[in-house]
Design a protein around this ligand. Structure first.
Ligand code: 5GP
Ligand code: ZN
Length: 117
């Protein structure tokens, strides 16, 4: 069923506490934790507890949770003292997605390239 935990999903395992993560924020429906391979001084992933393969699928199925994901991303940035930051949603392997559980990257703390790619 849509949104149900997937036994082969790394981020479902992090939500379940089966794999440790450095959690920075948690709500009933979202979890924010530090990326294991940070690309900037602040690199946090915000994910829904529910499993969807990407952010658009999450927004189609549970738009309120998608909105909460964005709000939480902003709160992560605020907690980190960032006024300037970048949110990234990789969607599909060709765009660099490696974990197929919806997530937004919150990146900041250094000068970010002006281009998009
Ligand atoms: P994607 O490439 O799918 O947009 O992002 C997946 C992110 O998950 C990558 O930035 C990668 O470093 C991160 N990641 C992969 N495995 C783990 C893990 O076990 N723990 C944490 N905290 N991050 C992970
Ligand atoms: Zn999952």
């Amino acid at each position: 069923m849509a949104g149900e935990p997937q036994s082969d999903c790394l981020f479902c395992k992090i939500v379940a506490g089966e794999i440790p993560a450095t959690v920075v924020r948690k709500t009933e429906r979202t979890l924010a934790f530090r990326d294991i391979n940070p690309q900037a001084p602040t690199h946090v992933l915000v994910i829904p507890h529910a499993h969807y393969p990407n952010a658009a699928a999450l927004a189609e199925a549970e738009p309120e949770v998608a909105g909460e994901l964005l709000a939480e991303a902003g709160r992560v940035a605020a907690d980190e003292g960032l006024s300037d930051y970048r949110l990234i949603f990789n969607t599909g392997a060709g765009a660099g997605q490696t974990v197929f559980h919806a997530h937004v990257h919150v990146l900041g703390g250094r000068q970010l390239h002006e281009g998009l790619v």
